[in-house]
Ligand binder design. Structure first.
Ligand SMILES: [Zn+2]
Length: 379
């Protein structure tokens, strides 16, 4: 039996909550050490710049998300998905003396409304645009709020077609084909654990189907082509840069504030959880993580999910990928069929505290791609 399970999209509320609460617990993950302190004095008793910023008092806190200042004119929005699903992902905004850029479309208009509320507490400058980091529902289903406020929505050129194909086409249509891979997996499960994973994936798809049918979908109205990127955006004494990097989906953007060493990564960084890989390019993603690693030890990352972090967050995600790659390589060398190789991955002790949104969305596709790469002699 050779099968490469192609899973659908999304994740269950339960799994989201599990991932988020684990991520929020601040559990120390084994296998990596805290980076050395690089500043003479850090605020709030923190041991690193990122940790200090994460602990800064909130500008506004609505429990499901809070906004805080992390630089001059730079604000992060961090979600707590145990308290509500309005935002689900992290985001933020960057504001100069003349204009502001909003980062992320969130999971619902209420999430985007929270971001606008936070922005207006910080500044009255006009909004130049809102940017979706990528097409996934939890980063784009709040777009209607921005559109209603007359705010242009920018995204990578792949975002509008992917939203159309994966969400618009499915809205209020039969989901039989959408559920089929997980249902087939459930039927053909090779062990109790495998069955549990398949059931989790199916629950995830059902949750997503509900999100899609309930959404007011609004596509980005400015598509950024890779040839236009990186793009500098002058906001009045503050320059932001939009870049594209491979990895999480076919079209991901990041937002940098180079003068302050701050990077909004979108889902190219999942901090303290397994990365979602179901439509990823994992080898490209490793190159992106190397690029993040070269951004310097002072750099602060606002990940797509999980707490604000420094380079230790990049190291952790690289080590998770390395573990998945090692498993896949070993299975390929032993001639274990792919479906069995996918089922046989077990989360090592040092990663048990990490969030895991859904098995199929995080583990299976990563194992499949590393397995193929191993067979092709690429890893
Ligand atoms: Zn995503």
């Amino acid at each position: 039996m050779k099968r490469n399970r192609q899973t659908g999209l999304g994740m269950t509320r339960r799994a989201f909550l599990r991932g988020a609460s684990l991520a929020g617990a601040g559990v120390v993950v084994g296998g990596w050490r805290r980076l050395p302190v690089w500043a003479d004095s850090l605020p709030y008793g923190a041991q690193s710049r990122a940790e200090g910023l994460a602990q800064a008092p909130a500008l506004v806190d609505r429990e499901f998300a809070s906004a805080r200042k992390i630089g001059e004119g730079v604000y992060a929005v961090i979600s707590d998905t145990t308290k509500g699903s309005q935002t689900l992902c992290n985001g933020g905004f960057v504001a100069g003396k003349e204009a502001a850029l909003l980062w992320e479309g969130y999971a619902s208009p209420a999430g985007a409304a929270f971001q606008l509320e936070a922005l207006r507490l910080a500044t009255k400058v006009p909004v130049k645009a809102a940017i979706d980091s990528h097409y996934h529902f939890d980063h784009s289903f709040g777009n209607a709020q921005y559109a209603g406020a007359g705010i242009p929505i920018w995204a990578h050129e792949k975002v509008a077609p992917l939203m159309t194909e994966r969400y618009v086409a499915l809205q209020n249509h039969s989901k039989a084909a959408f559920f089929a891979p997980a249902e087939n997996h459930l039927r053909d499960a090779i062990s109790d654990t495998d069955k549990e994973h398949a059931q989790g994936d199916l629950n995830t798809l059902k949750f997503l189907a509900g999100q899609i049918d309930g959404a007011v979908l609004k596509l980005p109205n400015r598509s950024l082509a890779p040839s236009e990127l990186p793009m500098k955006v002058e906001l009045g004494g503050l320059e932001a840069v939009i870049e594209t990097h491979p990895g999480h989906t076919p079209g991901d953007l990041i937002l940098r504030v180079p003068a302050q060493d701050i990077v909004f990564t979108g889902d190219l960084l999942f901090h303290r959880s397994y990365p979602v890989t179901f439509d990823a390019d994992v080898l490209g993603w490793l190159k992106t993580l190397d690029a993040f690693g070269r951004m310097g030890r002072k750099t602060v990352f606002v990940p797509g999910h999980g707490p604000i972090c420094g380079q230790e967050g990049i190291e952790l995600q690289k080590s998770v990928f390395a573990d998945l790659a090692q498993h896949a390589r070993q299975m390929a060398q032993m001639g274990v069929p792919l479906a069995e190789a996918q089922a046989r991955y077990s989360v090592p002790e040092q990663y048990k505290s990490l969030g895991l949104f859904a098995w199929g969305f995080c583990i299976e596709q990563a194992v499949a791609q590393f397995y193929e790469a191993a067979r092709a002699g690429k890893i």
